[in-house]
Design a protein around this ligand. Structure first.
Ligand code: FDA
Length: 303
């Protein structure tokens, strides 16, 4: 737990960020989890996954921007990348983060930027998932998703099973027919609002997953946890739910064997493919989830 918290703390540290991001060996090691720095790298990764029958969610990396210029820059990048994705003909949708679009600066600026992306996505019939960040943003993310969904059908969000409040949020989203990606949660949260033990987070995940599979609109079961994945397969079998009524999602570079195995068994599988130059906090969260990843990156950097 201490190592996890330290890595999550360092994911927000500007000096460590500058040191790591300038190191070419660290950049090389990040390629295990990040497709590359350009949209072309992401499209290439998507093509390869599509060839294996796997769909993709593309994420242009970036979060917690502090200037309006950066927030507008990220928005423009998404708008032009949607065009590139469609022209390339890959089977992919996109994921966005509200703090990359200005949520820390001004909520109305952020909503203006989200609207621009959703308009462009609507023109190309492309689904957009609003990623969930730390608990400081949960309520605003759910509210913005609900509001955007009144105008744009093709928007959904993410709910984290580590938070006590998630069942209430899921009920609101299910009632509106909004698509939900269910995850365990990648941030360090206090015990006043979040389960601290893995067994509690997992138990809550299975409960929320059953709710979504029974009544949700094409939910995404996003995990690499084989026990939970097996429980999902059993739940849909027992309840006569079609394999086309939901999808499994996993992260780029993690459990490729499981991704292909599920796809071969006829389940819908989507892989989340991050790209862009702002890979540092994303990489730190992947290391916090699994210390072996820290050893992988360090062994590359120290080689
Ligand atoms: P758990 O951590 O229990 O791991 C189960 C097994 O999976 C491990 O034993 C290991 O084999 C493998 N595994 C897990 N993480 C690994 C890693 N980093 N490297 C290698 N192997 C690993 N979170 C969030 O807060 N907001 C969000 O928007 C998203 N979005 C998102 C999208 C998608 C598609 C996925 C799959 C995940 C997210 N997450 C997320 C991250 C999520 O909250 C969680 O931190 C990770 O998925 C790890 O948890 P697992 O469910 O895999 O279980």
């Amino acid at each position: 737990m201490m190592l996890k918290d330290t890595l999550l703390y360092l994911s927000q540290n500007a000096r460590v960020h500058d040191f790591v991001i300038q190191n070419p060996l660290a950049r090389g090691a990040s390629r295990r989890f990040v497709a590359g720095e350009d949209i072309e790298d992401a499209v290439q990764a998507a093509r390869t996954l599509n060839r294996h029958g796997i769909q993709v969610a593309l994420d242009y990396l970036g979060e917690n921007v502090t200037t309006e210029q950066e927030a507008r820059g990220a928005t423009d990048a998404y708008v032009s990348d949607i065009d590139i994705i469609k022209r390339a003909g890959v089977d992919a949708n996109i994921s966005i983060k509200l703090t990359a679009l200005g949520l820390d600066i001004d909520q109305s600026l952020c909503e203006e930027n989200v609207t621009k992306i959703l308009q462009q996505a609507q023109e190309h019939s492309l689904f957009v998932c609003i990623d969930m960040e730390s608990s400081a943003y949960t309520a605003r993310t759910v509210d913005i998703t609900l509001r955007m969904h009144e105008r744009f059908e093709h928007v959904g969000t993410v709910i984290q099973s580590c938070l006590y409040h998630s069942k209430k949020d899921i009920e609101r989203l299910i009632t509106q027919g909004i698509r939900v990606r269910l995850v365990k949660g990648a941030y360090s949260e206090p015990n006043t609002i979040a389960y601290q033990n893995k067994s509690d987070v997992d138990r809550n995940y299975v409960q929320l997953m059953s709710l979504l599979l029974a009544r949700g609109n094409y939910p995404a079961i996003a995990t690499h946890d084989e026990e939970i994945i097996n429980a999902a397969c059993k739940y849909v079998r027992d309840h006569g739910i079609s394999k086309d009524a939901f999808e499994f999602q996993m992260l780029y570079g993690i459990r490729r064997d499981l991704q292909e195995n599920l796809s071969k068994r006829g389940y819908n599988v989507r892989v989340y493919v991050p790209y862009g130059s702002q890979w540092y906090p994303y990489l730190m969260r992947r290391m916090a989830e699994r210390p072996a990843n820290l050893m992988f990156v360090l062994s590359n950097v120290l080689r």
